[in-house]
Design a protein around this ligand. Structure first.
Ligand code: S3P
Length: 166
């Protein structure tokens, strides 16, 4: 199984890097959040609202199982996906996990106008980013076998990923 799974915090560029990477490699790109939205007919925000975060996490694990049975995909995971050991185990069986690391400062900047992500619709957004990032960084590092610096534009990040994996 040779999928490429992009992992990292919200706003680290998983989707834009994934889309470009798929064009460069001629592989299909799947954004896990969009996959979940198509499968359920609800937006991620609606799932959080109606089923809570726990309900979303169950659907997310189902999506991991389904996608890891396919081959040759470039998958942009959600920011929380690889913080669950069960998802790491499933996705690792289906391919290589790449961690896109972006600094706290750049994440805050990139996420400052976000209206879509339920976890960030809070007054103290930067504080929430700090807390989540502190908790998640070691988990992303543990999950991934490849590390890439994501503090550049997506073309540079894609080039770096291709150099590493080829
Ligand atoms: C989440 C990240 C989101 C989405 C959901 C939860 C998280 O994906 O899965 O809002 O827990 O970090 P993106 O990283 O694509 O924004």
């Amino acid at each position: 199984m040779n999928n490429i799974i992009l992992c990292g915090f919200m706003g680290c560029g998983k989707s834009s890097v994934g889309r470009k990477l798929s064009q460069r490699c001629g592989r299909e790109f799947v954004d896990m959040d969009r996959y979940i939205e198509e499968k359920t007919g609800m937006t991620v925000a609606e799932i959080f609202e109606q089923k809570g975060e726990e309900g979303f996490r169950e659907i997310e694990t189902e999506a991991c199982k389904e996608l890891s049975e396919k081959e040759n995909l470039i998958i942009a995971a959600g920011g929380g996906t690889l913080t669950f050991e069960r998802n790491v185990e499933i996705l690792r069986q289906g391919g290589k996990i790449i961690f896109i690391d972006v600094s706290y400062e750049n994440l805050c900047e990139r996420l400052s106008h976000d209206t879509r992500r339920p976890l960030l619709q809070v007054e103290n957004r930067n504080e929430v980013i700090r807390q989540l990032l502190d908790k998640r960084l070691p988990l992303y590092k543990k999950a991934a076998s490849v590390y890439v610096n994501g503090n550049f534009n997506s073309t540079v990040v894609v080039n770096n990923i291709l150099t590493i994996i080829r």
